[in-house]
Ligand binder design. Structure first.
Ligand code: NCD
Length: 321
């Protein structure tokens, strides 16, 4: 990973709405910047000053633990002012529309709006109405770009590369923005992606994204370098997608028996929050030798620092400058 000269950095996008459409160079730039913060974040004094005087507003319409906290930490560690808008206590509860809320916040001249929303496409719509940079922190089942970036950083650090790896994404693909962002990123970086799920949890025509689909864990996990598990997103499900949790775990939950099909050094990942005993067995999730789940959380802060920094200081402004 090469050191990048600051005066040569240019980030070509005003917003970070998704991974789809980002070039390999842009993804590598984000990962390299994030990498430069990993060691720094392990120090006692983490204060930096590059975002001094800048304002970041977190606007989360959906629950979040990891993503919201790490955006807050990332902004503060770079010296920025971070405001967390709690939708539960804001005028959203009084019926204000997404766009009205965005315009209100925009009038306070923030530098970055970090937005999570339950509707796919809502963050893009909002980005068209405001003057500042917008980062998508997850929109419906569409994209979650910073999650895919932190997954990629975790993989790159553990395996030394992304290109050429065989990655299995397993579980509730149909409702997962994490899966979609990861498919785009892994394809762009030259990895091979397999999706493993029951037929009811695989969107039709997903093969168009350049992935192989399996409905059997033992078959799909064969020789994989990375096993990425997904949460069953019951909050997005109407009706029955599988007979019972017990049956789901039996066929699609990651336990040591199914994992034995993957490579011996296969890395286990999960974006969290985990449902233990549903999509993953506790002992597999907690296997310190093989599970990178905690490291993913750690990388989340570094990745969000890189995103905030690049969008604030090195991206084109609204007037094109
Ligand atoms: C994911 C999300 O919100 O999309 N969580 C996260 O950001 N770490 C995945 C999930 O909720 O299952």
């Amino acid at each position: 990973m090469s050191e990048i000269a600051l005066d040569q950095i240019r980030f070509p996008h005003r917003h970070l709405l998704g991974i789809e459409g980002l070039s390999q160079d842009v993804i590598s730039l984000l990962l390299d910047r994030a990498e430069s913060y990993v060691e720094h974040n392990r120090q006692t004094d983490k204060t930096l000053s590059m975002l001094g005087g800048r304002t970041i507003i977190n606007l989360f319409y959906e629950d979040s633990t990891r993503t919201r906290t790490s955006f807050e930490l990332a902004g503060k560690q770079l010296g920025g002012n971070v405001i967390n808008m709690s939708v539960a206590t804001s005028s959203v509860k009084k019926g204000e529309t997404l766009i009205d809320t965005a315009m209100t916040l925009n009038a306070m001249h923030p530098d970055v709006l970090v937005v999570r929303h339950n509707d796919s496409g809502a963050v893009q719509l909002l980005s068209e109405k405001v003057n500042c940079a917008v980062i998508n922190a997850g929109d419906g089942r569409h994209e979650h770009p910073t999650q895919a970036l932190l997954d990629a950083l975790t993989i790159r650090r553990r395996k030394g590369r992304i290109s050429g790896l065989l990655v299995a994404i397993c579980g509730d693909i149909a409702h997962s923005r994490v899966a979609r962002s990861n498919i785009h990123l892994l394809n762009a970086m030259g990895a091979q992606v397999r999706l493993i799920a029951p037929k009811t949890l695989i969107p039709s025509s997903i093969e168009r994204l350049g992935v192989e689909v399996f409905n059997d864990m033992n078959e799909g996990l064969k020789d994989c370098d990375i096993v990425m598990m997904l949460r069953l997103q019951t909050e997005r499900m109407q009706g029955g997608f599988f007979p019972s949790i017990r049956e789901y775990f039996h066929f699609f939950g990651l336990d040591y028996e199914k994992l034995a099909n993957a490579r011996e050094d296969a890395l286990i990942m999960h974006p969290g929050p985990m449902n233990r005993g549903v999509e993953i067995a506790s002992e597999v999730a907690d296997d310190i030798g093989r599970s990178a789940i905690r490291e993913q959380v750690e990388m989340g802060v570094a990745v969000r620092m890189a995103c905030l920094e690049l969008l604030t200081l090195y991206a084109p402004k609204e007037d094109g400058s």
